[in-house]
Design a protein around this ligand. Structure first.
Ligand SMILES: *Cc1c(COP(=O)(O)O)cnc(C)c1O
Length: 413
């Protein structure tokens, strides 16, 4: 007996085709694709009627709790191609004390830091790498601010695919070393993530490797979409009122929005959608600016800077998809300062014992501001996304010194 029959049981798959997210032009499934001919992200489409006939919430509830339990809504055809390191369902953790201080009845965190490689990049990259394997890719390159590169390196090693990772030269040491330790060739580049992305695109054009940049291939979004399915399942197939999402390239926000539409077609959830809030840092807020100006696209943000590296993305190719989801949902976009997001990280761990990453702290800071500005209500059921473990980020030294040779006043410690 296998301990996880999500990985071993043959399950029906339902991908029918891919579709250009801008023009709707169709593409054949089971072929290697990057962007559409018009240069936009491709979305995977399924025979949802077929899925509906074989998959019920009841059947799902009996399966092992990893993201492969949603196989019927995922693109991998042959389970032998699944590259897995144990993509466990992540917990929804309440922040009762922080919620009370804000005046919110229900403040929840989807804690994605529990995934392999310590971030939700694992969800996207286990899927993209499994599909790359299924479609015969042998070498992959990708730009990263840290977490995505670590996940790519890990799943590449798992799948036997060679990986090359390019990161901005100021990427924290811990991330650069992790990427190398997990098996990728990693280069520090004197530029930002989109400038690293340009080098990756040129290499792909020259036939050196497959380009796995955010949204430049169709399957990372399918992995990230499982956050939305999983969250709905954990909340009893009812979506929350508001989701605060730290937005860089936006795959997770776009993926969840896609998930909710698919779940409604399946009859798993009703028509209600959460209001989607794209949270960015004041030092890099292209989506917030475009949202406020009523634009459909977000021009590159010059001089991007923030300690929340995961959301330091000056230009997102899926900008219009993020903005569409935010607007259709009745949500909004909001920027917070590094000081605010740091204070929120400190607060959550002090009063509720949950260590957020800086990007997760940004969502808590945005939630506070949104309440103050009357953009959300105290009765709203709110979910924040903490997308990585706080353990990979620098922490301030708050220790004190104790001399064991001197008299120790235990009551003063
Ligand atoms: C990548 C990343 C994000 C941004 O995710 P997108 O889906 O690309 O917008 C947020 N937080 C952390 C910790 C990340 O690693």
């Amino acid at each position: 007996m296998m301990w996880d029959d999500n990985l071993s049981s043959p399950r029906d798959t339902f991908v029918t085709h891919l579709e250009c997210s801008m023009t709707g032009e169709r593409y054949k499934a089971d072929r290697l694709h990057g962007l559409s001919r018009a240069g936009w992200p491709l979305l995977v489409r399924y025979d949802l009627g077929g899925v509906r006939r074989v998959l019920t919430p009841q059947a799902l509830s009996l399966r092992p709790m990893d993201l492969w339990r949603y196989r019927e809504l995922l693109p991998v055809r042959d389970s032998r191609n699944i590259a897995t390191l144990g993509e466990t369902a992540t917990p929804v953790v309440a922040l009762p004390a922080a919620g009370k201080r804000l005046g919110l009845d229900t403040l929840l965190v989807k804690d994605e830091g529990r995934l392999p490689t310590g971030s939700f990049k694992a969800r996207g990259l286990c899927m993209a790498v499994s599909m790359a394997k299924e479609l015969g890719v042998t070498k992959i390159a990708m730009p990263t601010n840290g977490n995505a590169g670590a996940a790519l390196a890990a799943y590449g090693s798992r799948a036997g695919i060679e990986t090359v990772v390019l990161c901005p030269e100021d990427t924290p040491e811990i991330n650069v070393r992790e990427i190398a330790a997990r098996g990728a060739r990693v280069y520090r580049v004197n530029g930002l993530i989109d400038e690293c992305g340009k080098i990756v695109a040129e290499g792909a054009e020259a036939g050196e490797w497959f380009d796995l940049s955010t949204l430049k291939e169709p399957y990372r979004i399918e992995g990230k979409k499982t956050m939305g399915i999983e969250l709905a399942e954990q909340l009893g197939w009812e979506v929350p009122d508001v989701i605060f999402y730290p937005t860089g390239g936006g795959t997770g926000l776009i993926g969840m929005w896609k998930a909710f539409a698919e779940l409604e077609s399946l009859g798993f959830i009703a028509r209600k959608r959460p209001r989607m809030v794209a949270v960015q840092a004041e030092g890099c807020a292209p989506i917030v600016k475009a949202f406020e100006q009523g634009e459909e696209h977000a021009p590159r943000w010059e001089g991007a800077h923030t300690v929340a590296a995961g959301i330091r993305v000056p230009k997102a190719i899926g900008d219009f998809l993020i903005l569409r989801a935010v607007r259709e949902s009745g949500g909004f976009a909001m920027a917070v300062s590094d000081a605010e997001l740091r204070a929120s990280v400190d607060e959550a761990v002090r009063v509720d014992g949950l260590l957020l990453c800086p990007e997760g702290g940004a969502t808590l800071a945005a939630c506070r501001k949104a309440l103050e500005q009357g953009l959300i209500r105290s009765s709203d059921r709110v979910v924040l996304f903490n997308c990585a473990t706080g353990l990979k980020y620098p922490m301030s030294d708050q220790s004190r010194h104790l001399d064991r040779h001197a008299p120790v006043d235990h009551s003063a410690l």
